[in-house]
Every structure is written in structure tokens, then in C-alpha cells.
Design a protein around this ligand. Structure first.
Ligand code: 13P
Length: 255
């Protein structure tokens, strides 16, 4: 059985006091709602600066893990301003998002660079949350499957089976991110099924069945249930709605 996950990508939001009060509110909401009967796991991904506090504040919460939104691909050295996967791992955080479309678009992250980051994250014993997704013009030409296949092939499918089993994939159509335009449950299901088939073709049935594939892009409390009801959608990578404790917890309980 693959793990169901609801992950909150805070992006570049929250000052220190806001970060602390958001995590306190998430913990309170979680307590009010009681245990999650579907065994869903939660990952909170704050900016680097708030990771140690987030780890400390959630250390007694078995349902909550902490992750980073990015990292560099070297373990240490003269790379001013960068943060290594080893540093993230040493805080007690367990995950790192890689290949988010904002990193690909604004910071020109290439397939080749992402391949190095995937290797570095796995070497540091973190779990990569690898994002893929197509811009609007690619969807309009109906070439989304070709692009997703290339994104996965060039940065991920070099991994051996054991390392691939640590990967979580997030399908985030760029046209749905921050736009309020969610992919329909059918569009999400179709792409998730395609991704699972690619894993099957490159590895085997067992890995395909066990890989968690998240949907991201304007996922909100009012559409999460329908998206998560699709057989190949194993949860969500949530942007805007992860900044409000109640909305995030509503999504967390949407299975
Ligand atoms: P929104 O939920 O704000 O559309 O962002 C999605 C996203 O980019 C998560 O990584």
C-alpha cells in the first residue's frame, strides 16, 4: 500500500512569528479533529530559515514531517548562499522538493542539474519530492505526456530500484499553480496513471504500485476530496491553502 500524503509548500512566505503561529495552529486543528483514519502523512515545507523550529515544534507529532523546498547538489564547500541536503538532514527534516516549476522557470534549473540534486538528496538520506508539470502552451498542443516523460527520464529514471523507491512524485501542471484553475479530477487521474505506467515500463509493477504520486495546483478544501478520490492520486502538494491552518487540515482530512 502506498502512503497517502498531504504536503504544504509554503514557498517564500511567513516571517518567523507567523511561521511559529501557523505550526501551532496546525497542531491545534489536528488535535481538534482527532486521528486521521486514512493514515495520511503530513509534510510541512517552510523556508530554510524556519526548518529547525518546525522540526522542534512537531517532534512529538507522529503524523507530521518537515521538508525543504530546494537544496544544492554538493554536501559542503565554497558555494556562498547555498544549503546542502546534508545540512537539511542534520536538522531532522526528512524531505526536499526538487524541480518545482518556479525553480525551473525563475532559476533556470535544467534536467541535468535536477538529476544531480536528486542524487545528492538520496545520498544524504532525504526523500525527494520530485515535481513535474507542463506549461499552458504545452497542454494546448496536447504534448503534456511527452514533456512529463522527458522530465522524469532525464532527472529520475537513472536511479536504481532501491533508490527510486524513496522518490515521491508531484504532478503540478504549471497553468494550475496559483491561478485558481485546478486540473479536473479526470485530467489529474489521466496524468497520474500515465506516470505510473512510465514507472512500470522503466522499473516494475511493484514500484509503480508503491510510488506515491501527488497532485499540485490550486488544490483547496472544496476540490481536494474529488481529486483524492481518483485511484492514482495519492494526495496533494499544496501551495496557497497550506498557509491557512484550517484549510490545510481540511485538505489533510479529504481522503
Ligand atoms: P497553489 O496550491 O498555490 O496553486 O501552489 C501549488 C504548488 O505550487 C505547490 O508546490
Amino acid at each position: 500500500m502506498r502512503t497517502k500524503i498531504v504536503a504544504g509548500n509554503w514557498k517564500m512566505n511567513m516571517l518567523q512569528h507567523e511561521a511559529i503561529s501557523l505550526i501551532s495552529d496546525i497542531k491545534k486543528e489536528l488535535k481538534n479533529r482527532g486521528p486521521n483514519a486514512k493514515n495520511t502523512s503530513m509534510i510541512i515545507m517552510p523556508p530554510f530559515t524556519w526548518i529547525p523550529a518546525a522540526v522542534e515544534m512537531t517532534s512529538a507529532e507522529p503524523a507530521i514531517s518537515i521538508g525543504a523546498q530546494n537544496c544544492y547538489h554538493e554536501p559542503n564547500g565554497a558555494f556562498t548562499g547555498e544549503v546542502s541536503p546534508e545540512m537539511i538532514q542534520s536538522t531532522g527534516a526528512e524531505y526536499a522538493i526538487l524541480g518545482h516549476s518556479e525553480r525551473r522557470q525563475y532559476f533556470k534549473e535544467s534536467h541535468e542539474l535536477l538529476k544531480k540534486k536528486v542524487n545528492a538528496v538520496i545520498n544524504a538520506e532525504l526523500y525527494p519530492v520530485f515535481c513535474c508539470g507542463e506549461p499552458l502552451e504545452v497542454r494546448e498542443e496536447n504534448k503534456q505526456e511527452t514533456l512529463i516523460k522527458q522530465q522524469l527520464k532525464e532527472s529520475l529514471f537513472h536511479l536504481d530500484e532501491q533508490d527510486f523507491s524513496k522518490v515521491i512524485i508531484a504532478y503540478e501542471p504549471v497553468w494550475a499553480i496559483g491561478t485558481g484553475k485546478t486540473a479536473s479530477p479526470e485530467q489529474a487521474q489521466s496524468m497520474h496513471q500515465f506516470i505510473r505506467q512510465l514507472i512500470h515500463d522503466n522499473y516494475n509493477d511493484k514500484l509503480a504500485e508503491n510510488t506515491t504520486i501527488l497532485y499540485g495546483g490550486s488544490c483547496k478544501p472544496d476540490n481536494a476530496r474529488e481529486l483524492f478520490s481518483k485511484p492514482d492520486v495519492d494526495g496533494g502538494l499544496i501551495g496557497g491553502a497550506s498557509l491557512k491552518a484550517k484549510d490545510f487540515i481540511d485538505i489533510f482530512f479529504s481522503f
